[in-house]
Design a protein around this ligand. Structure first.
Ligand SMILES: [Mn+2]
Length: 236
């Protein structure tokens, strides 16, 4: 049986969901079964769905509403989706409680940091200006900036310590890191690009989009393979 991964979707104000095909394809590349989660307010439904899944993937998307980390929404903050915030914060809590491995990408790293008590830059160009274009102009499937992988972290075990390429499609980032998370990669301007959970539960989060590099860059494919390996160990 394939490893089943629940994917968080975009949620419209009508409670309709949209899942991005790139995540589906990346999971298929590592022989996993993608399952798109619906929007619901029923904990019982989500608990049963999460129990069916071997791991949960938090995907990219719009900005998390700053109210979830106790901040006023600035003019520079982008669009928010209240029902997606609600769904993902609930799924995160339930998945943590169920001990499921978690992989979080782009908005996902921000959501995880907020869910665990951290805060975000609402807009990097105005709050933390740098030489690095975190909203890259290169194509969707091209890498753009370097990241420094910190030694003795789960990512250095996978990709080696030192520099690796990443892509970059974000205007927000982690400001104050939540307790329970540790940094495993930073950009040259110090922006946090990858974190992991410091307890025993598998939790890895990336500010870039490894799912777009799975077919072309082995270090990024390894990120997905490692997640599936962790899910398989627990599923046995
Ligand atoms: Mn970046």
């Amino acid at each position: 049986m394939k490893i089943r991964i629940g994917i968080t979707p975009d949620v419209s104000n009508d409670h309709n969901v949209v899942a991005f095909g790139t995540y589906v394809k990346a999971l298929e590349c590592v022989d996993a079964l993608p399952i798109v989660l619906p929007y619901t307010t029923k904990d019982e439904t989500l608990e049963e769905l999460i129990a069916l899944c071997d791991g949960i993937l938090f995907t990219g998307g719009v900005d998390v509403d700053p109210k979830h980390y106790g901040a006023e929404k600035k003019e520079t903050c982008g669009d928010v989706e209240p029902y997606r915030d609600e769904l993902e914060l609930k799924v995160f809590g339930l998945a943590r409680k169920a001990g499921k491995p978690i992989l979080a990408i782009c908005r996902g790293i921000q959501l995880v940091n907020v869910a665990m008590g951290g805060t975000l830059y609402q807009d990097l160009p105005s709050e933390a200006p740098s030489e690095i274009a975190h909203s890259q102009s290169e194509g969707k499937f091209e890498p753009s900036h370097w990241v420094q992988v910190l030694a003795d972290t789960p990512l250095s075990d996978l990709a080696g310590a030192g520099r690796m390429v990443a892509n970059s499609f974000h205007h927000q980032a982690i400001e104050r890191l939540a307790d329970g998370l540790a940094v495993m990669a930073v950009a040259d301007d110090g922006i946090v690009e990858a974190v992991y959970g410091t307890d025993a539960q598998y939790l890895r989060a990336y500010q870039w989009h490894p799912e777009r590099l799975v077919e072309t860059h082995p270090q990024h494919r390894a990120i997905f393979e490692d997640f599936i390996r962790a899910c398989r160990e627990l599923a046995r």
